[in-house]
Design a protein around this ligand. Sequence first.
Ligand code: HEM
Length: 378
Amino acid sequence: DGAVPFFGEHQAGIVTPAQDRLHFAAFDVITKDRAKLVEMLREWTAAAARMTQGRDAGTLGAVGGQPEAPPDDTGEALGLPPSGLTLTIGFGRSLFRDAAGVDRFGIADRLPAALEALPHFPGDALRPEISDGDLCVQACANDPQVAVHAIRNLARIGFGVVSIRYSQLGFGRTSSTSRTQTTPRNLMGFKDGTRNMKLEDAELLREQLWARAEDGAAWMAGGSYLVTRRIRMTVETWDRTSLTEQEAIFGRDKGEGAPLGKAKEFDEPDFDAKGADGQPMIAKEAHIRLAHPDFNNGAHLLRRGYNFVDGTDGLGRLDAGLFFMAYQRDPRKQFVPVQRSLARADVLNEYIRHVSSGLWACPAGVTGDGDHWGRALF
Ligand code: HEM
């Protein structure tokens, strides 16, 4: 269970074949001191470079330092392999300008136009305390302990500079981001990630995943914008819905994952095909029709979400759903129009509720030892 290179043109954890586990954390910056923040980002980068290679967060390690001092690694990943760990950083809008418009760290002029606050969508039930944030780190790995260890150590290093605003564990990927992967299933039991942007789609990634200097924010060249949405599923209601209805909602069959009217998972959907009753095989309000690039001005997303179950809600129901994450070159042209069409008409809405939202500017990769997270920004 090997190591994914940390250094590179783009950050790892975006087109990296989606690992099985997630620990996502959003942070608030609690210092006003720009130098402290930059110094922490430098320390985070060094720790991330080490942890992704299966090493301790600090150079002395969990047990190699002075016995009188707290160790510079918390120790719970000792003896575990790198497990494909990737750590991906993102910057939120509030880092550039707070709610009152104050330029907290002298970077307001670098706020990318693409980081425009997401609009309110019909049906949104967002909880502010688990939305937004100044910074985020997406930790993905094939071992949950490795992902949790990484976030915990970053939080430890950031003591006094940042505090965790909220975090989310995910236990099963709901997307493939490479054609070498089989398509996993979400908690509604459907294959998810069939028609996703993938590592192998070089031309599409160039056009729709990576930001460019000419998009407006030069420091974001080679980066990508991440939208996170915690989407609660009312699985109890879903589980009392007939198979035919479930399949009609997505526009795909549940076993194979084929578009309705077709036989195989990767067959192209035919949105004009009509059944014996004269009705479209894929309903007008089916999820895969409303989300399809043909009906959204050609917009694609690189979805990289995870299943979650966070215990129960005290009302006899599981607190379960999909932690949706999607990367793209410009959310104003991609996530926003797609989510607008879904929020307006998707029959899936009866079974889901968006409760948290985040929008993040994830810069290009760290190129080597002299470079660090946020160097191009500050
Ligand atoms: C496709 C599930 C929310 C965008 C799909 C598919 C499933 C699915 C089963 C078909 C397989 C595939 O092509 O991947 C869900 C569930 C959701 C959810 C259970 C919520 C709990 C969203 C949201 C967006 C979105 C919020 C974006 C705003 C897409 C896109 C496709 C897709 C772009 C591919 C459409 C195509 O090109 O055929 N989703 N989805 N989904 N979904 Fe979702």
